[in-house]
Design a binder for this molecule. Structure first.
Ligand code: GRG
Length: 271
């Protein structure tokens, strides 16, 4: 199956599950549920849940088991974008070609919708009776998005303001972007009860992929690392990390072919 068709089919599965889990738009108080859905259903690439599902499949786990965790990850991602766009952070007016949530619904609702998305994601992870796995996944997620992860990266991004050093840029990229991507792969492996070597292999692959993802994001925005080392060096760095990432998949042989294709897609992406 061609990668574009693969992405399209995966997005359909994920969107259908998200629609099933999220509160209906007419549930009282309607405005918050409509705002949450506005943030979630707006044409995102769904790369993070796709990675969780693919990691689970590579480790011979069941897609039906990982889907709920994959949805939780996407809701956390949606929450981080809503808060990132707020006037006190990036102050963005558009996201995915539409007004940002605070432009559409006002700042108060945008803050609350972000909170609600994170809270809802926690609820999804704790649904079901596989307590040991759920607890582990909850721990991994909280590490990836707290001050040791995404929040930490965001703090260094906004404070102190002004020109960043290469060290600070690398810290931001790793903590703000790469760790959430890496934890998607780990969660897929945990769901499949994969052996330690496979879980570590996928997590290390995820950190590389997250690093490539942020470099290509900087290439698209002409920002961050690109401003310091320039387009050509950044492209070369993305290619080097991409080669290294694919080598980490050797332990999975042919089963990881789709993850190799996703690596190439992320390395060469145009959006
Ligand atoms: C506690 C989770 C949490 C967040 C609070 C606001 C904040 C701290 C962090 C911001 C994190 C952030 C916005 C990182 C940028 C990551 C990034 C490259 C986003 C773009 O991801 P894509 O391209 O977006 O996957 P789509 O639109 O395809 O979903």
């Amino acid at each position: 199956m061609n990668i574009d068709i693969f992405f399209k089919k995966q997005i359909e599965i994920i969107d259908c599950a998200l629609d099933k889990y999220l509160p209906k738009p007419k549930t009282y108080p309607m405005v918050i549920h409509q705002a949450m859905r506005y943030a979630v259903f707006s044409g995102g690439k769904r790369i993070r849940p796709i990675l969780a599902i693919e990691a689970c499949r590579v480790c011979r786990g069941k897609i039906s088991d990982v889907l709920i965790f994959a949805c939780a990850i996407e809701l956390i991602h949606a929450f981080s974008l809503v808060h990132d766009d707020l006037p006190s952070l990036d102050n963005d007016t558009t996201r995915r070609g539409r007004p940002t949530l605070h432009k559409k619904f006002g700042e108060a609702i945008a803050i609350l919708a972000g909170d609600a998305l994170l809270n809802f994601a926690c609820g999804l992870v704790s649904k079901g009776k596989n307590y040991k796995k759920q607890n582990l996944i909850n721990h991994e997620l909280s590490q990836a998005i707290g001050t040791s992860g995404m929040v930490g990266g965001q703090v260094v991004d906004v404070f102190p303001s002004g020109k960043k050093t290469l060290g600070e840029i690398n810290y931001i990229n790793h903590h703000k972007t790469a760790l959430l991507i890496a934890v998607c792969l780990k969660i897929g492996a945990i769901t499949a009860s994969a052996p330690k070597q496979q879980t570590k292999g996928l997590y290390d692959f995820g950190k590389d992929l997250g690093c490539i993802f942020q470099i290509t994001d900087d290439l698209l925005d002409n920002d961050g690392l690109v401003r310091i080392i320039g387009q050509e060096k950044a492209k070369q760095q993305a290619q080097n990390v991409s080669d290294c990432a694919k080598q980490r998949l050797n332990i999975f042989g042919k089963r990881a072919e789709r993850l190799r294709e996703i690596t190439d897609y992320v390395t060469n992406r145009k959006k």
